[in-house]
Structures are given as structure tokens and as C-alpha cells.
Ligand binder design. Structure first.
Ligand code: ADP
Ligand code: ZN
Length: 681
């Protein structure tokens, strides 16, 4: 039998899956063929399978290096539940337990062992590793090795040394969900990957619905509570930017009768652990948290992620939102934002002295880079184009989702490498496409080109913009007036003053400074809120630059000159109707197929019964429910309604071990349900 067919058999037997996903197979094949590998795949793509299956097939002990100590217990439980002999070694174990694990490992008791990177520098562990047969070292979250990544961990730098000290070099495979070209190069170099097989799969997550809505801060909580109530029983995460907001939203949800947990760095370790436990066990289906929560979570049945505030970058947003729908089932990602969120982000960028080890020049470069990340994020909030396309193009993805029609690649700014700062879709379809390229000082050197198109040229059919929940309004004239005004005022004033001057206000300060004599005074006849939004749009596109400090001012941005060129145009979003309604119709029901996925035979009542059964069995066994079965597996059961063991094995996500463990309980629940139906007819 070839290695690959052995691998496929292991996939079926342990994980219950018929085939590898695109991307997985190549990695597995490379590893089994003793070639190093680097896999860049988005969250939910199935990275674990890429090293777990070879770990099972290869002789000896596969080591998995992971920074997520809190996750290891669950990961190993999932392995055991799939009939794979797994173990972990980290500081949560007592010294006695650690010795036992090492001793048993030398006896060949395990196929896969998770270790924290710090462990590799421990002489005792090295001694163990030199005696054990280790065919594979898999490095999870491999971007942690790079200082250019968001999550640099110095301990990752010891991995290379560790491997070099092993008597025979194992295959080394690195995995990450976020990697620009620069980080990728670091991974290869610092982990000393040898001629690695590289795969970068698409970053598209077709099962995720993306929605953006600008909301008055006062209305956000009610909307979130409404959503959670409407989707009661579904698991969701609500991200807030501050601890205070987290507490507020959490209290409001509890008051609304939603079983919500709470997580932020201001809570005690014990409280945080309990919150996390309750969330994972589905005792508290909703988690309200700051971004401190999530790194250690691979709960697959998170059905929605709502952002109560706008994060500071698309990277952060996509990572957090991407925690929804890891099981591939339709899930929803909503971003509620307000102007205040943007100012808060700006404030932090300007205030943060950040890392004290940085020289002033380095600190400047970091700030410039973070301003650029922020501009791209606000661009996402403002864009009138497809949200999915916006994200994918941000990550430099060549192909756009299949439903989207590509337009021409961006323009001169990209070709010439002009310094520029953010982009979005505010040109008309016939107009110029706006592009941007990263500054040379940017830490992330990958392409930041955003190919954009005005109005709704693209359509993924599964985002709030494609669903046409707004209309766009041409504000080119206002935009040009704003540009002229900022130029005339020479970047010395804040947003409010620019608006006042343009609208011909009589405010005393303005008159004191004789700004009523400016050429641009009283040249715009539009509501103040609208002019403000145009300013934000221009800032998001890099035409203006807003600094937020003690005296926030509006100045010209790196792309200011382009606004003066012919063909420049700007349009702005105006919400037409409440997105929730459309969404419920388009992608809200997670039991029935939603947009994109054809409806199947999943009966909501049966799904609910199976979900309850899963929860009971999980509680009895002291495991998280999603480890027993994913939502996807439950739904496939609803669709197939198996009556025999053989039929049960046909369900995606059911392997031999799961059949033995849970087959009887689920089969009889399904039979009972069918019986009830028959009697009722
Ligand atoms: P990642 O680590 O890339 O975020 P996971 O390894 O957690 O992703 O996998 C995400 C989900 O996809 C899990 O529920 C996993 O069981 C499922 N999965 C992985 N590989 C396959 C496959 N070949 N077919 C079907 N489902 C799969
Ligand atoms: Zn779309």
C-alpha cells in the first residue's frame, strides 16, 4: 500500500473524512515523502489533519510544537476520541506527570505529542528527544518565529537548534494562517526548512457571511442582544475593544436572558479559565471578550462573531472573525463600527510609546505601518464593493471568489511603488481603480494592493454589500472641496474646523482666526455628518491623513495628488434597510442550507435533539461537545438519517472510533425521531 493511500485510510478511520481537502493532500504527501513543508492556510482549512495523519502513519513519535498551552489538553482529547494515541507535555502537568509522559513516550505509547516551544530548550527534554525516534516535527503557528509577525515568540527561535541536535533529522513541517512573503521567508530561514514543499491555499472562507454596519454606539448593544436572541442556542463570540465595553455588553446580554460568558485580561486567571470552560462546553454559548480571547480556542461550532468595535487592522479582524465557522458550516461575521472606534484606534497609534527597545526612527516606522493598517481597516468599513473581495485582495490573493468578476489590476501607484496609504472602492465603475503598495519601511512587505471597483462590480452574494443593503451616493464634489480646504488650511486644523469652514459656520474661533476669509469658506452645502464621513473616506483612501493626539489634525495624505487627477470620484454608502432581515433570509438559518449551500434535509427539530444529545454525552465524558461531533457532522446526520452502523460511517466526521463510542446513542436518537414522525403521520 502506498503511503498516500495509507494516509487516506487513516483520514477515514480516525477522522471520518472521505477525502483530503485541496492543499492538505500535497502537504501530507510531501511529509510522507520525507520532504519539509510549509503550509499557509486560513483558520478552519484543516491544518491539524496535515500533521496528525502523517503522525499516525509514520513510525515513531511525531512532535507538534504549539504555543497554545491552554489548547493542548483539548487537542489531545480530540486525538484520543479519534482513536489516536496522543499526549502533551507542558507546564500544566506536575513534574511527576511529566516524567510519566516521557517514560511512556520512550516505550512507544504515543503517536503524537504536543509540546510548548519553551520545552525544547530544556536539557532533560533534549535528552529524551535524542533517545526517542522522531520522524516529524510539526510547528504550528509558525509565524511566531518571525519578528515581523504579530505574535513573535522568542522561544520559537530555539526550534531550529533543537532539531539540529537530534541524531537524525526529522521532517520539519510548518503551519500558519497568517503569513506575508516576509514572514514566510523568515519561517523557512529560522526553522531551517530544507527545500520545503510550499502551499498557500486560498484565504477565502465561503461559508462566512460578512456584514458591516455603521451604528451609533448607543445602539450597538441592543443590536447584538437582538442577534443573540434570534440565534439562541447558537454559539457566538462578541469582541469588544476595551474591558469596560466587555463588561457592559456582557451585563446587557445577561439581562436579556442570554447565557453569556466574559473574558478579558482584567479578570483573574481562575475566572478566565471558568469562562473559557463554560463557552467551550456550550454552557454559555456566547462569549463577550476582548482580543485577549481566542488564540487558544479551536471550537469548531462558533456560528457567529460580532465585533462591537472596529479592530485596528484587517489582519486582526479576519483572524478574530475567522473563528466563526471552522467546521465549514454557514456562519456570520458582523462588524458594527462608529467614528469613535476609528478615533480610538488613531489615539492608540499616536500615544503608544510601545516597545521601549525601539529607536525613535523604528517607532516612527511602526506608527506609519499601523496607520496604514488602520486605513485599510476603515476602508473595509466604508467600501461599497464586495467585502469578501476587499479582504482577499488585501491579502494579495490573486483569485477572487468564484462569484466575483475580476477587474483590471491596479494602477501606477503599484507599478511605481509610490508611497501610499490605504484604499477602497470609491471610484465609479468606469473610473480609475485605486491601488496601493506598501511603503518600503513597512514591516509587512507583501502586496497590500487592493483592487477595487466602484459600486457593486463584484458579487459574492454572501456579504452585506453584495446583498445590496445600501445605496451609494456620489460625493465627489464634496470630496474635492474637502481636499482644497485641507490644502488651503495647510493641515493645521481638526476635522470639526474643516467641516465648519466648508459649511460657512460662524463659530467664534473660526471668525477669530479669520478663516471666513478662506477661499474654501462656505463652499459646501451638505450636512455636517456627511462632510465628516467624506473626510473619513478620504483618510481611508490615503488622500488625507488624520493624526489623533492632543491636537488631532487633518492633513494631506500620500495620495493627495491623485485626487486632483481626472477621473477621480468618490461615492459613499447609505444604508437602505436593516441588514438582519436580509441576512436571516440569506444566511441566517444555520440548520438549513443557507446562501451558497443548497438546503438539505436537516430538520431543525432533529438537529436540536442531536445537539442536546451531544451536549449530554460530552458532559458525561467531560469533553467539549464539538470534540464529540462537529456541527457539520450533526447536520450530515440530519441529512442522511443513518439507521445502521454502516450508514453511520457514511456520515462525514464519523470514523471507526466515533462509531464505536457514540454510534448507538445517535442511531437510537435518530430512530426515535423517525418513529415519532411516523406516528405523527
Ligand atoms: P485549522 O487548524 O486550519 O484552523 P482545523 O484543523 O481545526 O483547522 O480543521 C477545521 C475543521 O475542518 C475541523 O472540524 C476538521 O475536523 C475539519 N476537517 C479537516 N480536514 C477535513 C477534511 N479533509 N474533510 C472534512 N473536514 C475536514
Ligand atoms: Zn460580497
Amino acid at each position: 500500500m502506498t503511503d498516500l493511500s495509507q494516509a487516506r485510510q487513516a483520514l477515514k478511520q480516525h477522522f471520518g473524512y472521505e477525502a483530503f481537502r485541496p492543499g492538505q493532500e500535497g502537504v501530507v504527501e510531501a511529509i510522507l515523502g520525507c520532504r519539509d513543508a510549509l503550509a499557509v492556510m486560513p483558520t478552519g482549512a484543516g491544518k491539524s489533519v496535515c500533521y496528525q495523519v502523517p503522525g499516525v502513519v509514520m513510525d515513531g513519535l511525531a512532535l507538534v510544537v504549539s504555543p497554545l498551552v491552554s489548547l493542548m489538553g483539548d487537542q489531545v482529547r480530540a486525538l484520543l476520541d479519534a482513536g489516536i494515541r496522543g499526549a502533551y507535555l507542558n507546564s500544566t502537568l506536575t513534574p511527576g506527570q511529566q516524567s510519566t509522559v516521557l517514560r511512556r513516550a520512550l516505550d512507544g505509547a504515543y503517536q503524537i505529542m504536543y509540546v510548548a516551544p519553551e520545552r525544547l530548550a530544556d536539557p532533560r527534554f533534549l535528552e529524551f528527544a535524542q533517545r526517542a525516534a522522531i520522524p516529524l516535527v510539526a510547528v504550528d503557528e509558525a509565524h511566531c518565529v518571525s519578528q515581523w509577525g504579530q505574535d513573535f515568540r522568542p522561544s520559537y527561535l530555539t526550534i531550529g537548534d533543537f532539531i539540529a541536535q537530534l541524531p537524525s533529522r526529522p521532517v520539519v513541517a510548518a503551519f500558519t494562517a497568517t503569513a506575508t512573503a516576509r514572514v514566510r521567508a523568515d519561517i523557512v530561514r529560522l526553522l531551517d526548512l530544507r527545500d520545503p514543499y510550499e502551499v498557500v491555499t486560498g484565504f477565502d472562507r465561503p461559508n462566512l457571511y460578512f456584514g458591516v454596519e455603521r451604528l451609533d454606539p448607543k445602539r450597538k448593544i441592543a443590536r447584538i442582544a437582538g442577534y443573540a436572541l434570534e440565534h439562541a442556542g447558537d454559539s457566538g463570540i462578541v469582541y469588544c475593544s476595551t474591558r469596560k465595553d466587555t463588561d457592559k455588553v456582557h451585563a446587557a446580554l445577561l439581562e436579556a436572558g442570554i447565557r453569556a460568558a466574559r473574558y478579558h485580561a482584567g479578570m483573574s486567571a481562575a475566572d478566565r479559565a471558568e469562562s473559557q470552560r463554560a463557552f467551550i462546553a456550550d454552557d454559555a454559548p456566547v462569549m463577550v471578550a476582548t482580543n485577549a480571547f481566542g488564540m487558544g480556542i479551536d471550537k469548531s461550532n462558533v456560528r457567529y462573531v460580532i465585533h462591537h468595535n472596529m479592530p485596528g487592522s484587517i489582519e486582526a479582524y479576519y483572524q478574530e472573525a475567522g473563528r466563526a465557522g471552522r467546521d465549514g458550516e454557514p456562519s456570520t461575521c458582523l462588524l458594527y463600527w462608529s467614528d469613535g472606534d476609528v478615533s480610538t484606534c488613531r489615539f492608540f497609534i499616536e500615544q503608544e510609546s510601545g516597545n521601549e527597545e525601539l529607536t525613535p526612527e523604528e517607532a516612527d516606522a511602526v506608527r506609519a505601518s499601523r496607520r496604514r493598517l488602520l486605513a485599510a481597516m476603515t476602508g473595509y468599513c466604508h467600501t461599497t464593493g464586495c467585502l469578501r473581495c476587499y479582504i482577499l485582495e488585501y491579502f494579495g490573493e490573486q483569485q477572487v471568489p468564484s462569484a466575483c468578476q475580476p477587474t483590471e489590476r491596479a494602477d501606477a501607484a503599484e507599478a511605481s511603488g509610490t508611497e501610499s496609504c490605504g484604499s477602497k472602492s470609491f471610484s465609479r465603475p468606469e473610473g480609475r481603480h485605486l491601488g496601493l503598495s506598501p511603503q518600503s519601511s513597512a514591516p509587512e512587505a507583501s502586496s497590500l494592493t487592493l483592487r477595487t471597483t466602484g459600486d457593486r462590480g463584484f458579487s459574492c452574494g454572501n456579504c452585506s454589500n453584495c446583498a445590496g443593503e445600501f445605496e451609494s451616493m456620489d460625493v465627489t464634489d464634496t470630496a474635492l472641496a474637502v481636499m482644497r480646504c485641507v490644502q488651503e488650511l495647510r493641515g493645521r486644523f481638526g476635522k470639526g474646523m474643516v467641516v465648519d469652514v466648508l459649511r460657512g459656520s460662524q463659530n467664534a474661533k473660526l471668525l477669530d482666526m479669520h478663516l471666513d476669509e478662506a477661499a474654501c469658506y462656505d463652499t459646501v452645502n451638505a450636512p455636517a455628518a456627511q462632510v465628516k464621513e467624506v473626510i473619513e473616506l478620504l483618510a481611508a483612501g490615503g488622500y488625507l491623513l488624520i493624526t489623533e493626539g492632543t491636537y488631532p489634525v487633518v492633513g494631506l495624505g500620500p495620495r493627495a495628488r491623485e485626487a486632483a487627477e481626472e477621473g477621480f470620484s468618490l461615492s459613499m454608502k447609505r444604508v437602505l434597510r436593516k441588514p438582519e432581515r436580509t441576512r436571516s433570509a440569506a444566511g441566517g438559518s444555520h440548520v438549513f442550507g443557507s446562501s451558497g449551500a443548497p438546503a438539505n434535509d436537516a430538520d431543525p427539530e432533529l438537529f436540536e435533539r442531536l445537539r442536546t444529545l451531544r451536549k449530554r454525552l460530552a458532559d458525561e465524558a467531560g469533553k467539549p461537545p464539538y470534540i464529540v461531533f462537529s456541527d457539520a457532522a450533526l447536520r450530515d446526520m440530519c441529512a442522511k438519517r443513518p439507521a445502521t452502523d454502516e450508514e453511520f460511517l457514511e456520515v462525514s466526521g464519523v470514523g471507526a472510533t466515533k462509531l464505536a463510542r457514540y454510534g448507538e446513542a445517535f442511531l437510537s436518537e435518530i430512530a426515535e425521531f423517525e418513529q415519532g414522525l411516523a406516528n405523527g403521520r
